[in-house]
Design a protein around this ligand. Structure first.
Ligand SMILES: Cc1ncc(COP(=O)(O)O)c(C=O)c1O
Length: 403
């Protein structure tokens, strides 16, 4: 199948496939050939910083050429098209999207701009990324507020929706101004039950004045384009995600979606290029690598043609294959839930007698790229991208067995 066939085929097939058949019907080899991956490497760390498909590379080159020809031609209509595309993709509105360079800066802008008093607190969990936690700490320190780090489950492999909801309910206080959670945790691979958390936060907000209302902030970077769900309809107040991971967007691009009902609770931290809406104005201004920002639309369109249900099903199919294989290796401990409802494309595990770093080093000798989670306990970790194959998963399992 050549590139045109793949595109045409994908276009014809994008008729909302059912979950069961979702991973079928696409030539994943043809999809992979759209990327400039190192062919000698099994790369199970593709979620780290995106490789771009041909369409996205072409869009970047095209915008770059235009800007090189005349940089006064900044083409603000393209920024609007990107917001339109992202808004539609997350099931929200373009006006509720701010363009940001990455998740970290997006979260920093949200916490830093939140109307927060010294007697209030931000509540995060011990499994949120350290940069998420640091964004909250820096914002809280500026006004003398506190950050509390809670624990939302005892055992990541066994976590349930009820456990998370109960622990969150017990942790909230009238002073909690925001709860920060991670859609898919890069420390454990757990997919957090965002809707259940939103329900708990909504109950806690009953009777609260606007200035005391608790917002639910989601770091969604490992869920966006890996999970088949509308990020703007999860019940969160804020959803932040880099588009330079699972969406294969240009490096240095991301988005923040803000529920319009709370957008007046977050004020801009920096001058913005956009006055399109209160949320758009959160996007930091000054000049940017516009060719990257504008090309986000191409990444969204590429992904939509593949079909979000099909992508999510493929990611889950490969992750499940890996977990099933690990479960048969004596002594290996899987830290990610086996349940696809509580997990997505990240799988964390331990090999007996080896640290995560040793696992990474040994597999690297076999030309297999895995990572460790940069957290308190650095488990070995893989991410199952649509660019990986069942054969790559099986090869990796074989090498892990040999350890
Ligand atoms: C859960 C999580 N949040 C945020 C980040 C940082 O993302 P970004 O590079 O988009 O700031 C990472 C790691 O890259 C992560 O794993």
């Amino acid at each position: 199948m050549d590139r045109r066939d793949f595109l045409v085929g994908a276009g014809l097939l994008a008729v909302t496939p059912t979950a069961a058949s979702a991973a079928q019907g696409l030539d994943w080899g043809a999809v992979r050939r759209e990327f400039r991956l190192d062919p000698t490497l099994i790369n199970l760390g593709l979620f780290y910083l995106a490789s771009n498909p041909r369409e996205v590379r072409d869009a970047v080159d095209d915008f770059k050429r235009k800007l090189d020809a005349n940089s006064h031609d900044l083409m603000p209509s393209h920024a609007q098209e990107v917001a339109d595309a992202l808004g539609k993709y997350v099931g929200g509105a373009a006006d509720d999207i701010a363009l940001v360079p990455n998740t970290t800066i997006g979260l920093s802008i949200v916490y830093g701009g939140l109307r927060l008093r010294a007697d209030q607190e931000l509540l995060l969990s011990d499994q949120d990324h350290s940069w998420h936690q640091e964004a909250a700490r820096l914002a809280a320190a500026r006004v003398g507020a506190k950050v509390r780090i809670g624990t939302l489950f005892a055992d990541s492999a066994q976590v349930t929706e009820d456990e998370v909801a109960t622990r969150l309910r017990n942790a909230l206080t009238p002073q909690t101004r925001a709860v920060g959670i991670t859609w898919v945790q890069s420390s454990t691979g757990v997919k957090m039950p965002v809707r259940a958390c939103a329900q708990v936060v909504a109950e806690a907000n009953k009777g609260r004045a606007v200035a005391d209302r608790c917002l639910l902030v989601v770091d969604g970077v490992h869920g966006l384009a890996a999970v088949d769900d509308d990020a703007a309809r999860l019940g969160a107040d804020v959803f932040v995600a880099g588009t330079h991971k699972w969406l294969f967007g240009p490096r240095g691009t991301g988005m923040a979606w803000v529920n319009p009902q709370v957008s007046d609770q977050i004020v801009p931290l920096l001058p913005s290029l956009s006055n399109r809406s209160a949320t758009a104005a959160l996007g930091p201004g000054g000049f940017h690598p516009f060719e990257h920002y504008y090309a986000v639309r191409a990444a969204v369109e590429f992904h939509q043609r593949l079909g979000r249900p099909r992508v999510a099903a493929r990611v889950a199919e490969l992750a499940t294959r890996f977990k099933d294989g690990l479960a048969e290796i004596p002594g290996v401990v899987i830290h990610t839930p086996r349940d696809p409802g509580m997990s997505a494309g990240l799988v964390c595990f331990d090999v007996p007698g080896k640290t995560g770093d040793e696992v990474v080093a040994r597999l690297s000798q076999k030309r297999i790229q895995v990572t460790t989670a940069a957290y308190r306990i650095p488990y070995a970790r893989i991410g199952t991208s649509i660019l990986n194959t069942p054969e790559e998963i099986d090869r990796t399992l074989k090498e892990i067995r040999a350890l």
